[in-house]
Design a protein around this ligand. Sequence first.
Ligand code: SAH
Length: 311
Amino acid sequence: MARANAAYYATRDPFADFTTAPEISQVFGELLGAWAAHVWTTMGSPAPVILAELGPGRGTLMADAIRTIRTVAPAFHAAIELHLVETSPRLRALQAARLDATWHDTADTLPQAPLILLANEFLDALPVRQFVRRGDRWAERWVQDGRFVEQDAPPPDPTGAADIVQFCEPAERIATALAARLARDGGAALFLDYGAATGGGDTLQAISDGNPADPLATPGEADLTAHVDFAALARAAAPAAIHGPVSQGLFLARLGLHRRIDRLAQGQPPGRVAALLAAAQRLTEPAHMGRLFQAMALTHPDLPTPSGFTP
Ligand code: SAH
């Protein structure tokens, strides 16, 4: 999965196969920019502060966030050092056309300073391992000659009743390292992604041209994802304070999505108003992205609960 996705993101335009929240509406990045500005004041307005994003795609989220920050929080804007974690050279070039930043291959090399980190649909692209229950034994699934093969092996964690369990060790390592960094240097990290509050089952999927595809059929040519196990992430980040997960629909509504859409709609022609409302519905309604997608934040233990996570 790691090698297939590295090839996929390096060679293809992922946004031809799927769309993401920041590509659906500018409001998504704007609200996250305002969220970051508020978190910064609760941190005591440190300068400099690292604003970082994991897997920024086309750079749309961060461009929308920075535009809002410049308007609503100029002091925060002046304090920001922008750092982007991106492995794909293609996507780095798209990001560089819109953003003045420092790029990293991994989050490990982000500078040691107070940090506000955003990540939308990043963790779902990281490779998972799957274990299948076979009678009283467990086997791990591997790929060999284009097929799944099974090798007897116990799952890394003793598990409940599920017959297939999935682990995303890179996501857990990132959560653990971020939690330690936040405890040391201060700050917050916000993850938005799809996945249930508790993990379980086989959620590996491939999307090609907007349609589900066989994950083994064309490695490197389809986007592979698995649901994020937010409970496992929270366990891995234990020294940080954990907020959520809450559904993306509720989170964005609490951040003021509907007020912002109303503002943008004022004085616009009917077609533009309809498009704004349709985008808001896609982001927030349970049948679209509102329920499957979740928001979870890790913060320094002394910070107040960030906006969006309290009723
Ligand atoms: N956040 C963007 C893009 C999501 S697609 C959006 O919401 O539109 C996933 C992004 O993560 C892409 O930018 C991809 O190149 C990047 N990515 C995937 N695996 C990565 C890895 N292991 N390290 C760094 N970036 C990675």
